[in-house]
Design a protein. Structure first.
Length: 165
């Protein structure tokens, strides 16, 4: 269970070596949900870059990644839905340890998903909180996201979901 929700929007510079600082608020959650061990003394972030239609990377804490894997394992073995979920959410992911200074190096496939050129990673990343995970975008892509505003207040949607559940 998530101890605290990933909340907020943060913009961080990505340097020419593809290093970026994870926002402190997000880092605290990642640390809390991944106690150090002799094998992994530093907290980890699990980065899911799968899915052709995605222009972002979904990032989970250790416990969040384990919860996602458990949901996938509960699916019918060999079913097309499970195969797709395993491919896009498990196979197309990478675990990265957070450096003591709070930075990570964005792996090549993560940079590609975010739209950074292979030979130039400098730019800005947008970190967007989504309760049990956060999404990582190239800043220009995140800011260009055009949400379909149908005039329905988001709290109304939450109320509908609560009544349906």
């Amino acid at each position: 269970m998530v101890s605290e929700a990933f909340r907020g929007e943060f913009y961080q510079k990505v340097d020419s070596k593809a290093r970026v600082s994870i926002p402190a608020a997000f880092r605290r959650i990642l640390e809390a949900e991944d106690p150090s061990s002799p094998e992994f003394p530093r907290p980890r972030v699990y980065m899911v870059y799968g899915g052709k239609s995605r222009n972002f990377v979904e990032c989970y804490s250790k416990s969040g990644a384990d919860a996602l894997a458990a949901k996938i394992e509960a699916m019918e073995l060999g079913s097309p839905d499970r195969d797709l979920a395993e491919r896009d959410l498990i196979s197309r992911s990478v675990m990265v340890e957070i450096e003591p200074d709070g930075r990570i190096v964005l792996p090549v496939k993560v940079r590609a998903k975010m739209g950074f050129a292979p030979d130039d990673s400098a730019g800005e990343a947008a970190f967007a909180g989504f309760t049990n995970r956060f999404k990582l975008f190239r800043r220009e892509v995140y800011e260009a996201e055009d949400e379909d505003d149908d005039g329905i207040d988001p709290l109304t949607r939450v109320g509908r979901a609560a009544r349906a559940g």
